[in-house]
Design a protein around this ligand. Structure first.
Ligand SMILES: [Zn+2]
Length: 148
């Protein structure tokens, strides 16, 4: 048995004759149990763009059905865009694009409709400058288009 401190031969379970350190009976064990090494430090910062904790991955590919819905019902498209833009930006962008297209079509149709109404009113005002039957038919067509 050797003293773990100075290496001089010594009795286990007694003090070392050279340096006076106490040598425990189970001298083959290290003289002091070293504290377990700290686990490697985890970085505190999550990588950018990752949810802070455990959010399941969300599919983020443009969805044709939702795009179509946004195109037909711009208000629904706008709401979907606002709801999805954080979680699924790609899907939200596609919906937003189609919502704008749908809005554009609606505005164009609205302008067209106004022109037809104005033309009909103008024809009526002019009292025969246009054939009243034609403007009535036009108005009926447009009205049925928008009410159907
Ligand atoms: Zn010693």
């Amino acid at each position: 048995m050797f003293c773990p401190n100075c290496g001089v031969q010594a009795e286990a379970g007694s003090t070392c004759p050279n340096c006076g350190i106490y040598i425990p009976a189970q001298a083959d064990a290290p003289q002091a149990a070293a504290p377990p090494p700290y686990p490697p430090q985890q970085p505190y910062q999550q990588p950018y763009g990752q949810p802070a904790y455990g959010a399941p991955p969300v599919e983020d590919t443009p969805n044709g059905g939702l795009n179509f819905l946004g195109c037909c019902i711009p208000m629904a498209g706008l709401i979907m865009y606002l709801v999805m833009k954080d979680q699924t930006p790609n899907k939200a962008k596609a919906i937003g694009k189609w919502t704008l297209i749908g809005l554009g079509i609606n505005v164009l149709l609205g302008i067209l409709y106004s022109i037809l109404i104005a033309a009909g009113a103008f024809a009526g005002f002019m009292g025969g400058a246009f054939d009243n039957d034609i403007s009535d038919i036009l108005n009926a067509c447009v009205t049925s288009l928008f009410l159907s």
